[in-house]
Design a binder for this molecule. Structure first.
Ligand code: ZN
Length: 203
């Protein structure tokens, strides 16, 4: 006789299905999370569900730089301490936080509308370059840093942007790619090593 599998109550099964949508969460982890949530206090569950329900409404994009904000004032554009002559071009609002964490950059940001990927129909129009040019002119930007991923799309977009920005007569640089700190050359893959050689610096 076949063993019948016990099914989760439908609410629990639905919760597991939602949790599985998160990156890196498989069935087992989703089940563990769901059972953990069952042990949470009612007030915490309520607070979490309210946050989720308001997420899209409360978090908006700054009309100027397109970084995230839950305030009328953008945390990057409206900070007095920032260097308003430097502009760092990023692909996603999330990248701004990674760069902020380094503490090495105090300029402004500009989130692109996407990366170039002609095969997926992502053409230069998706980059909203008119907005970028308007910001550069209005803010009187003196230097541009391109901080895009080292992928095919990132490289294609960076090259395209470089040509555009040079046409506008501004100095443009891109994040250096190289050997991760603390790693031995033996463990660095060929293309990273090639990039590191091309982008070598005098010291
Ligand atoms: Zn902003």
């Amino acid at each position: 006789m076949l063993k019948t599998m016990a099914k989760y109550p439908s609410t629990l099964a639905q919760l597991i299905a939602f949790l599985k949508k998160l990156p890196g969460v498989g069935t087992k982890t989703a089940e563990r999370f769901a059972f953990q949530l069952l042990n949470w206090q009612e007030s915490d569950l309520h607070a979490l569900s309210t946050l989720c329900a308001q997420l899209k409404k409360k978090i908006t994009k700054c009309p100027d730089c397109h970084c995230l904000t839950d305030n009328e004032v953008c945390p990057f554009c409206h900070q007095a301490m920032r260097d308003k002559a430097q502009l760092c071009i990023i692909a996603s609002p999330r990248d701004a936080y990674s760069i902020e964490e380094t503490g090495a950059y105090r300029g402004l940001y500009h989130v692109l509308g996407g990366l170039l990927s002609p095969l997926d129909g992502k053409t230069p129009e998706h980059l909203h370059l008119d907005q970028l040019k308007k910001r550069i002119t209005t803010l009187q930007i003196k230097e541009i840093i391109i901080a895009l991923d080292s992928t095919l799309e990132g490289d294609t977009t960076a090259l395209f942007l470089k040509e555009q920005i040079q046409e506008w007569g501004l100095p443009v640089s891109r994040l250096a790619f190289g050997i991760p700190i603390g790693s031995s050359l033996d463990f660095v893959d060929g293309s990273t090593l090639a990039r590191a050689l091309t982008g070598r610096q005098t010291f």
